[in-house]
Ligand binder design. Structure first.
Ligand SMILES: Cc1ncc(COP(=O)(O)O)c(C=O)c1O
Length: 432
Protein backbone atom coordinates (compact mmCIF):
# COMPACT_ATOMS: atom_id res chain seq x y z
CA UNK A 1 0.00 0.00 0.00
CA UNK A 2 1.15 3.53 -0.60
CA UNK A 3 0.66 6.61 1.55
CA UNK A 4 -2.81 8.00 0.97
CA UNK A 5 -3.62 11.58 0.16
CA UNK A 6 -7.26 11.31 1.30
CA UNK A 7 -7.51 13.52 4.39
CA UNK A 8 -8.73 12.00 7.64
CA UNK A 9 -12.45 12.56 8.20
CA UNK A 10 -15.60 11.63 6.37
CA UNK A 11 -13.93 10.98 2.99
CA UNK A 12 -11.48 8.66 4.68
CA UNK A 13 -14.41 6.87 6.30
CA UNK A 14 -16.25 6.39 3.02
CA UNK A 15 -13.11 5.19 1.29
CA UNK A 16 -11.73 2.83 3.89
CA UNK A 17 -14.42 1.79 6.37
CA UNK A 18 -17.52 -0.34 5.91
CA UNK A 19 -19.93 1.74 8.02
CA UNK A 20 -23.40 2.42 6.63
CA UNK A 21 -22.75 5.74 4.84
CA UNK A 22 -25.67 7.30 6.73
CA UNK A 23 -24.47 6.21 10.17
CA UNK A 24 -22.40 8.59 12.30
CA UNK A 25 -20.18 6.41 14.54
CA UNK A 26 -19.03 8.47 17.54
CA UNK A 27 -18.36 5.47 19.78
CA UNK A 28 -15.18 3.84 18.53
CA UNK A 29 -14.23 3.11 22.15
CA UNK A 30 -16.73 0.28 22.59
CA UNK A 31 -16.07 -2.10 19.72
CA UNK A 32 -13.56 -0.41 17.41
CA UNK A 33 -13.75 -0.84 13.64
CA UNK A 34 -11.54 -2.62 11.12
CA UNK A 35 -10.80 -0.80 7.86
CA UNK A 36 -11.78 -2.60 4.65
CA UNK A 37 -8.23 -3.63 3.61
CA UNK A 38 -7.75 -5.29 7.02
CA UNK A 39 -11.15 -6.99 6.87
CA UNK A 40 -10.29 -8.19 3.34
CA UNK A 41 -7.01 -9.65 4.52
CA UNK A 42 -8.91 -11.54 7.17
CA UNK A 43 -11.41 -12.76 4.56
CA UNK A 44 -8.49 -14.10 2.54
CA UNK A 45 -7.34 -16.05 5.61
CA UNK A 46 -10.83 -17.50 6.00
CA UNK A 47 -10.81 -18.62 2.35
CA UNK A 48 -7.48 -20.35 2.94
CA UNK A 49 -8.84 -22.01 6.09
CA UNK A 50 -11.95 -23.15 4.26
CA UNK A 51 -9.98 -24.65 1.37
CA UNK A 52 -7.89 -26.90 3.60
CA UNK A 53 -8.66 -26.69 7.33
CA UNK A 54 -6.12 -29.36 8.32
CA UNK A 55 -3.26 -27.68 6.57
CA UNK A 56 -4.28 -24.23 7.76
CA UNK A 57 -4.92 -25.02 11.44
CA UNK A 58 -2.25 -27.71 11.91
CA UNK A 59 0.60 -26.05 10.04
CA UNK A 60 0.02 -22.66 8.43
CA UNK A 61 -1.09 -20.51 11.33
CA UNK A 62 1.79 -21.14 13.75
CA UNK A 63 4.36 -19.07 11.86
CA UNK A 64 1.83 -16.39 10.98
CA UNK A 65 0.80 -16.00 14.62
CA UNK A 66 4.41 -15.68 15.74
CA UNK A 67 5.10 -13.23 12.97
CA UNK A 68 2.02 -11.14 13.96
CA UNK A 69 3.17 -11.12 17.60
CA UNK A 70 6.73 -10.18 16.70
CA UNK A 71 5.44 -7.39 14.48
CA UNK A 72 3.09 -5.90 17.07
CA UNK A 73 5.57 -6.25 19.98
CA UNK A 74 7.27 -2.87 19.30
CA UNK A 75 3.85 -1.16 19.52
CA UNK A 76 3.72 -2.12 23.18
CA UNK A 77 7.40 -1.33 23.67
CA UNK A 78 8.70 -4.89 23.76
CA UNK A 79 12.09 -5.63 22.28
CA UNK A 80 13.61 -8.98 21.40
CA UNK A 81 14.45 -9.90 25.00
CA UNK A 82 10.84 -9.75 26.24
CA UNK A 83 8.73 -10.36 23.14
CA UNK A 84 8.05 -14.00 24.07
CA UNK A 85 5.96 -12.70 26.93
CA UNK A 86 3.35 -11.58 24.40
CA UNK A 87 0.48 -13.84 23.29
CA UNK A 88 -2.92 -13.48 21.68
CA UNK A 89 -6.19 -13.88 23.56
CA UNK A 90 -9.61 -13.14 22.16
CA UNK A 91 -10.46 -10.03 24.15
CA UNK A 92 -9.56 -8.00 27.22
CA UNK A 93 -12.07 -9.84 29.40
CA UNK A 94 -10.47 -13.16 28.46
CA UNK A 95 -7.04 -11.65 29.15
CA UNK A 96 -8.00 -10.55 32.65
CA UNK A 97 -9.75 -13.90 33.25
CA UNK A 98 -6.68 -15.76 32.03
CA UNK A 99 -4.52 -14.08 34.65
CA UNK A 100 -6.94 -14.05 37.57
CA UNK A 101 -8.20 -17.59 37.02
CA UNK A 102 -4.84 -19.23 36.56
CA UNK A 103 -2.81 -17.32 39.13
CA UNK A 104 -2.30 -19.70 42.08
CA UNK A 105 -4.18 -17.63 44.65
CA UNK A 106 -4.59 -18.73 48.26
CA UNK A 107 -7.07 -17.45 50.82
CA UNK A 108 -4.46 -15.21 52.47
CA UNK A 109 -4.03 -13.29 49.17
CA UNK A 110 -5.87 -10.16 48.03
CA UNK A 111 -6.98 -8.47 44.84
CA UNK A 112 -7.29 -4.70 44.64
CA UNK A 113 -9.50 -3.13 42.00
CA UNK A 114 -11.39 0.15 41.60
CA UNK A 115 -14.86 1.61 41.38
CA UNK A 116 -14.02 2.36 37.73
CA UNK A 117 -12.94 -1.22 36.93
CA UNK A 118 -14.77 -2.54 33.89
CA UNK A 119 -17.88 -4.46 35.00
CA UNK A 120 -16.87 -7.82 33.52
CA UNK A 121 -13.45 -7.61 35.19
CA UNK A 122 -14.94 -6.61 38.55
CA UNK A 123 -17.19 -9.68 38.27
CA UNK A 124 -14.10 -11.81 37.61
CA UNK A 125 -12.57 -10.46 40.82
CA UNK A 126 -15.81 -11.33 42.61
CA UNK A 127 -15.69 -14.87 41.18
CA UNK A 128 -12.09 -15.48 42.24
CA UNK A 129 -12.83 -14.02 45.65
CA UNK A 130 -15.69 -16.41 46.27
CA UNK A 131 -13.87 -19.42 44.81
CA UNK A 132 -10.62 -18.92 46.69
CA UNK A 133 -11.93 -17.18 49.76
CA UNK A 134 -9.47 -14.30 49.39
CA UNK A 135 -10.19 -10.65 50.16
CA UNK A 136 -10.77 -7.90 47.65
CA UNK A 137 -10.42 -4.16 48.20
CA UNK A 138 -12.15 -1.56 46.05
CA UNK A 139 -10.45 1.80 45.46
CA UNK A 140 -12.92 4.63 44.96
CA UNK A 141 -12.23 6.91 41.97
CA UNK A 142 -14.00 10.25 42.01
CA UNK A 143 -14.29 12.60 39.04
CA UNK A 144 -12.50 14.81 38.30
CA UNK A 145 -9.42 13.17 39.79
CA UNK A 146 -5.75 13.98 39.99
CA UNK A 147 -3.18 11.31 39.25
CA UNK A 148 -1.78 11.80 42.73
CA UNK A 149 -5.16 11.12 44.35
CA UNK A 150 -5.48 7.87 42.38
CA UNK A 151 -1.97 6.69 43.22
CA UNK A 152 -2.47 7.60 46.91
CA UNK A 153 -5.78 5.72 47.03
CA UNK A 154 -4.18 2.59 45.56
CA UNK A 155 -1.23 2.95 47.96
CA UNK A 156 -3.62 3.03 50.92
CA UNK A 157 -5.44 -0.05 49.66
CA UNK A 158 -2.19 -2.00 49.17
CA UNK A 159 -1.00 -0.99 52.66
CA UNK A 160 -4.31 -2.11 54.14
CA UNK A 161 -4.21 -5.46 52.34
CA UNK A 162 -0.60 -6.06 53.39
CA UNK A 163 -1.34 -5.10 56.98
CA UNK A 164 -4.32 -7.44 57.19
CA UNK A 165 -2.46 -10.36 55.64
CA UNK A 166 1.32 -9.79 55.68
CA UNK A 167 2.09 -13.19 54.16
CA UNK A 168 -0.38 -12.81 51.32
CA UNK A 169 0.26 -11.92 47.67
CA UNK A 170 -1.51 -8.76 46.54
CA UNK A 171 -2.56 -8.45 42.90
CA UNK A 172 -3.54 -4.93 41.86
CA UNK A 173 -5.86 -4.48 38.88
CA UNK A 174 -6.02 -1.04 37.27
CA UNK A 175 -6.93 0.46 33.93
CA UNK A 176 -4.62 2.24 31.51
CA UNK A 177 -7.71 4.06 30.29
CA UNK A 178 -11.01 3.44 32.01
CA UNK A 179 -14.17 2.54 30.18
CA UNK A 180 -16.88 4.94 31.31
CA UNK A 181 -15.96 7.69 31.72
CA UNK A 182 -13.06 7.14 29.34
CA UNK A 183 -10.14 8.57 31.32
CA UNK A 184 -6.44 7.83 31.15
CA UNK A 185 -5.13 6.69 34.52
CA UNK A 186 -1.55 6.94 35.82
CA UNK A 187 -0.94 3.28 34.99
CA UNK A 188 2.84 3.62 34.81
CA UNK A 189 3.00 5.26 38.23
CA UNK A 190 0.65 2.59 39.57
CA UNK A 191 2.90 -0.15 38.18
CA UNK A 192 5.89 1.52 39.86
CA UNK A 193 3.88 1.76 43.09
CA UNK A 194 3.17 -1.98 42.98
CA UNK A 195 6.88 -2.70 42.58
CA UNK A 196 7.73 -0.47 45.54
CA UNK A 197 5.15 -2.19 47.70
CA UNK A 198 5.90 -5.73 46.50
CA UNK A 199 2.48 -6.18 44.95
CA UNK A 200 1.76 -7.60 41.48
CA UNK A 201 0.36 -5.36 38.76
CA UNK A 202 -2.36 -6.36 36.30
CA UNK A 203 -2.96 -3.58 33.78
CA UNK A 204 -6.28 -3.57 31.96
CA UNK A 205 -5.32 -1.66 28.81
CA UNK A 206 -8.41 -2.68 26.86
CA UNK A 207 -8.00 0.85 25.49
CA UNK A 208 -4.28 0.50 24.96
CA UNK A 209 -2.37 -0.26 21.81
CA UNK A 210 -3.47 2.01 18.97
CA UNK A 211 -4.69 4.64 21.43
CA UNK A 212 -1.55 5.20 23.52
CA UNK A 213 1.77 5.56 21.74
CA UNK A 214 3.97 5.34 24.83
CA UNK A 215 3.30 1.82 26.07
CA UNK A 216 6.84 0.97 27.00
CA UNK A 217 6.49 -2.45 28.57
CA UNK A 218 10.23 -3.16 28.50
CA UNK A 219 10.75 -0.19 30.80
CA UNK A 220 7.52 -0.16 32.82
CA UNK A 221 7.62 -3.92 33.43
CA UNK A 222 4.17 -4.69 34.74
CA UNK A 223 3.52 -8.27 35.82
CA UNK A 224 0.55 -8.60 33.49
CA UNK A 225 -0.81 -6.33 30.77
CA UNK A 226 -3.85 -6.84 28.55
CA UNK A 227 -4.69 -4.75 25.49
CA UNK A 228 -7.44 -5.14 22.95
CA UNK A 229 -6.39 -4.99 19.33
CA UNK A 230 -9.94 -4.74 18.02
CA UNK A 231 -10.68 -1.44 19.76
CA UNK A 232 -8.01 1.06 18.73
CA UNK A 233 -5.56 -0.91 16.58
CA UNK A 234 -8.02 -1.51 13.70
CA UNK A 235 -7.97 -5.32 13.95
CA UNK A 236 -11.14 -7.25 13.28
CA UNK A 237 -12.58 -8.51 16.54
CA UNK A 238 -12.19 -10.35 18.67
CA UNK A 239 -8.49 -9.89 19.21
CA UNK A 240 -6.31 -8.86 22.12
CA UNK A 241 -2.78 -9.09 23.49
CA UNK A 242 -1.76 -10.51 26.83
CA UNK A 243 1.71 -9.74 28.17
CA UNK A 244 3.06 -11.83 31.04
CA UNK A 245 6.36 -11.05 32.75
CA UNK A 246 8.82 -13.93 32.44
CA UNK A 247 8.71 -15.02 36.08
CA UNK A 248 4.99 -15.80 35.72
CA UNK A 249 5.18 -17.85 32.50
CA UNK A 250 5.08 -21.17 34.38
CA UNK A 251 1.84 -20.40 36.27
CA UNK A 252 -0.26 -18.57 33.69
CA UNK A 253 -2.35 -21.06 31.75
CA UNK A 254 -4.62 -20.67 28.76
CA UNK A 255 -8.30 -20.06 29.19
CA UNK A 256 -9.65 -22.61 28.42
CA UNK A 257 -7.07 -25.17 29.43
CA UNK A 258 -6.19 -26.99 26.23
CA UNK A 259 -3.78 -29.48 24.64
CA UNK A 260 -0.89 -27.12 25.27
CA UNK A 261 -1.27 -27.16 29.06
CA UNK A 262 2.06 -27.58 30.80
CA UNK A 263 1.77 -28.48 34.48
CA UNK A 264 4.15 -26.48 36.65
CA UNK A 265 5.75 -29.72 37.78
CA UNK A 266 6.95 -30.55 34.28
CA UNK A 267 8.05 -27.18 32.93
CA UNK A 268 11.69 -28.24 33.06
CA UNK A 269 10.93 -30.51 30.10
CA UNK A 270 9.90 -27.54 27.93
CA UNK A 271 11.93 -24.72 26.36
CA UNK A 272 11.79 -21.95 28.93
CA UNK A 273 12.14 -19.09 26.45
CA UNK A 274 9.06 -19.98 24.40
CA UNK A 275 6.99 -21.65 27.13
CA UNK A 276 4.26 -19.01 27.19
CA UNK A 277 3.94 -18.70 23.43
CA UNK A 278 3.93 -22.48 23.03
CA UNK A 279 1.09 -22.76 25.52
CA UNK A 280 -1.04 -20.03 23.92
CA UNK A 281 -0.47 -20.73 20.21
CA UNK A 282 -3.32 -23.22 19.78
CA UNK A 283 -6.14 -23.47 22.30
CA UNK A 284 -8.56 -25.59 20.30
CA UNK A 285 -10.63 -24.90 17.23
CA UNK A 286 -11.10 -21.18 17.26
CA UNK A 287 -10.85 -18.16 14.98
CA UNK A 288 -7.17 -17.30 14.58
CA UNK A 289 -7.73 -15.16 11.49
CA UNK A 290 -8.41 -12.03 13.51
CA UNK A 291 -5.00 -12.39 15.18
CA UNK A 292 -3.21 -12.86 11.87
CA UNK A 293 -4.95 -9.72 10.56
CA UNK A 294 -2.73 -7.73 12.96
CA UNK A 295 -0.17 -7.71 10.15
CA UNK A 296 -2.66 -6.00 7.83
CA UNK A 297 -3.65 -3.54 10.57
CA UNK A 298 0.00 -2.55 10.99
CA UNK A 299 0.28 -2.09 7.23
CA UNK A 300 -2.82 0.13 7.18
CA UNK A 301 -1.73 2.21 10.15
CA UNK A 302 1.76 2.76 8.81
CA UNK A 303 1.21 3.04 5.10
CA UNK A 304 -2.27 4.49 4.74
CA UNK A 305 -2.63 6.51 7.96
CA UNK A 306 1.01 7.56 8.15
CA UNK A 307 1.92 5.99 11.48
CA UNK A 308 1.01 6.06 15.16
CA UNK A 309 2.02 9.67 15.84
CA UNK A 310 -0.06 10.99 12.98
CA UNK A 311 -3.10 9.02 14.14
CA UNK A 312 -2.67 10.18 17.72
CA UNK A 313 -2.13 13.81 16.79
CA UNK A 314 -5.32 13.88 14.74
CA UNK A 315 -7.57 11.92 17.08
CA UNK A 316 -6.48 13.58 20.36
CA UNK A 317 -6.96 17.05 18.85
CA UNK A 318 -10.33 16.14 17.34
CA UNK A 319 -11.51 14.72 20.66
CA UNK A 320 -10.73 17.96 22.51
CA UNK A 321 -12.40 20.02 19.79
CA UNK A 322 -15.45 17.77 19.93
CA UNK A 323 -15.66 18.14 23.71
CA UNK A 324 -15.39 21.92 23.40
CA UNK A 325 -18.17 21.90 20.79
CA UNK A 326 -20.49 19.91 23.08
CA UNK A 327 -19.66 22.14 26.04
CA UNK A 328 -20.37 25.31 24.08
CA UNK A 329 -23.62 23.94 22.71
CA UNK A 330 -25.02 22.68 25.99
CA UNK A 331 -23.24 25.06 28.36
CA UNK A 332 -22.11 22.07 30.40
CA UNK A 333 -18.79 21.16 31.91
CA UNK A 334 -16.26 18.61 30.86
CA UNK A 335 -15.95 15.71 33.30
CA UNK A 336 -12.24 16.53 33.52
CA UNK A 337 -10.53 19.88 33.10
CA UNK A 338 -9.45 19.49 29.45
CA UNK A 339 -6.83 22.19 29.90
CA UNK A 340 -3.17 21.50 29.30
CA UNK A 341 -2.82 20.02 32.77
CA UNK A 342 -5.46 17.37 32.03
CA UNK A 343 -3.73 14.04 31.67
CA UNK A 344 -6.91 12.00 31.40
CA UNK A 345 -8.03 12.94 27.87
CA UNK A 346 -7.03 10.73 24.95
CA UNK A 347 -9.03 10.17 21.79
CA UNK A 348 -11.86 9.71 24.30
CA UNK A 349 -13.27 12.67 26.20
CA UNK A 350 -16.23 13.01 28.53
CA UNK A 351 -18.71 15.87 28.78
CA UNK A 352 -21.82 16.41 30.83
CA UNK A 353 -25.12 16.73 28.99
CA UNK A 354 -28.23 18.79 29.84
CA UNK A 355 -30.43 17.56 32.69
CA UNK A 356 -33.44 15.58 31.54
CA UNK A 357 -36.96 15.37 32.95
CA UNK A 358 -38.68 12.30 34.45
CA UNK A 359 -39.97 9.72 34.84
CA UNK A 360 -39.24 9.50 38.55
CA UNK A 361 -37.60 6.59 40.31
CA UNK A 362 -38.84 4.92 43.51
CA UNK A 363 -37.18 7.70 45.58
CA UNK A 364 -39.12 10.37 43.71
CA UNK A 365 -35.99 11.55 41.88
CA UNK A 366 -35.60 11.81 38.12
CA UNK A 367 -34.58 8.39 36.87
CA UNK A 368 -31.37 9.40 35.09
CA UNK A 369 -30.55 5.84 34.05
CA UNK A 370 -33.88 5.56 32.28
CA UNK A 371 -33.37 8.92 30.56
CA UNK A 372 -29.86 7.92 29.43
CA UNK A 373 -31.12 4.62 28.00
CA UNK A 374 -34.12 6.21 26.34
CA UNK A 375 -32.16 8.99 24.65
CA UNK A 376 -29.29 6.80 23.46
CA UNK A 377 -31.73 4.21 22.13
CA UNK A 378 -33.45 6.95 20.12
CA UNK A 379 -30.13 8.35 18.91
CA UNK A 380 -29.22 4.98 17.47
CA UNK A 381 -32.58 3.86 16.16
CA UNK A 382 -34.11 7.13 15.01
CA UNK A 383 -31.16 9.42 14.24
CA UNK A 384 -28.55 6.86 13.09
CA UNK A 385 -25.95 8.41 15.41
CA UNK A 386 -24.44 6.81 18.49
CA UNK A 387 -22.47 7.97 21.46
CA UNK A 388 -22.91 6.34 24.87
CA UNK A 389 -24.80 8.25 27.56
CA UNK A 390 -24.25 7.45 31.21
CA UNK A 391 -24.79 8.93 34.63
CA UNK A 392 -21.99 10.48 36.66
CA UNK A 393 -22.10 12.72 39.73
CA UNK A 394 -25.90 12.94 39.43
CA UNK A 395 -25.79 14.16 35.82
CA UNK A 396 -26.02 12.75 32.32
CA UNK A 397 -22.71 12.64 30.47
CA UNK A 398 -21.30 11.20 27.30
CA UNK A 399 -18.00 9.66 26.32
CA UNK A 400 -17.04 10.83 22.83
CA UNK A 401 -14.55 8.88 20.73
CA UNK A 402 -12.51 10.55 17.99
CA UNK A 403 -11.08 8.50 15.16
CA UNK A 404 -9.36 9.06 11.82
CA UNK A 405 -12.65 8.44 10.01
CA UNK A 406 -14.36 11.36 11.80
CA UNK A 407 -14.26 15.13 11.53
CA UNK A 408 -15.78 17.90 13.60
CA UNK A 409 -18.89 18.02 11.38
CA UNK A 410 -19.71 14.47 12.55
CA UNK A 411 -19.81 15.66 16.16
CA UNK A 412 -21.95 18.60 15.05
CA UNK A 413 -24.33 16.02 13.54
CA UNK A 414 -24.23 14.21 16.89
CA UNK A 415 -25.25 17.41 18.68
CA UNK A 416 -28.16 18.02 16.32
CA UNK A 417 -29.33 14.42 16.75
CA UNK A 418 -29.05 14.69 20.54
CA UNK A 419 -31.06 17.93 20.58
CA UNK A 420 -33.82 16.27 18.58
CA UNK A 421 -34.00 13.14 20.71
CA UNK A 422 -33.61 15.07 23.94
CA UNK A 423 -36.53 17.33 22.91
CA UNK A 424 -38.66 14.25 22.19
CA UNK A 425 -37.76 12.82 25.59
CA UNK A 426 -38.67 16.11 27.24
CA UNK A 427 -41.99 16.40 25.43
CA UNK A 428 -42.90 12.93 26.62
CA UNK A 429 -41.62 13.10 30.21
CA UNK A 430 -41.45 16.70 31.40
CA UNK A 431 -43.72 17.16 34.40
CA UNK A 432 -43.95 13.39 34.96
C1 LIG B 1 -11.43 -0.84 30.56
C2 LIG B 1 -12.05 -2.00 29.83
N1 LIG B 1 -11.71 -3.24 30.19
C3 LIG B 1 -12.21 -4.32 29.56
C4 LIG B 1 -13.10 -4.18 28.54
C5 LIG B 1 -13.64 -5.41 27.87
O1 LIG B 1 -13.27 -5.50 26.54
P1 LIG B 1 -13.75 -6.77 25.72
O2 LIG B 1 -15.23 -6.67 25.58
O3 LIG B 1 -13.06 -6.64 24.41
O4 LIG B 1 -13.34 -7.96 26.47
C6 LIG B 1 -13.51 -2.91 28.13
C7 LIG B 1 -14.49 -2.74 27.05
O5 LIG B 1 -14.91 -1.67 26.69
C8 LIG B 1 -12.96 -1.78 28.80
O6 LIG B 1 -13.31 -0.54 28.45
Amino acid sequence: MTADSTPFGKHFRLKYFGFDPNYVPLNHGSFGAAPNPVAQRRATEIVELTRNPDKYLRFTIADRLDSALDSVAPYVGLTEKNKNGLVFVSNATVGVNTVLRSFPFASRDAIIYASSTYGACAKTVQFVQSRVGLKSYKVNIEYPFTNKAVVDAYADAIDKAKKESPEGTVVVLFDAVSSQPGCKLPWKELTALCKTKSALSLVDAAHGVGLLTDIDLDTVQPDFFVSNLHKWFFCPGPSALLYVAKQHHPVIQTFPISHSYVPETSISEYPEETLLRDKFRFVGTSDYTTYISTLAAIDFRENVCGGENKIQEYTFKLAREAAALFQREFATESVTALDDSDTTATAMVNVYLPSPSGPLDSDGKIDLGFAADNIQYSLLHKSNVYFPIGVLNGKLYTRLSAQVYLELADFEAGIQAFKKQFAEHESKYSGK
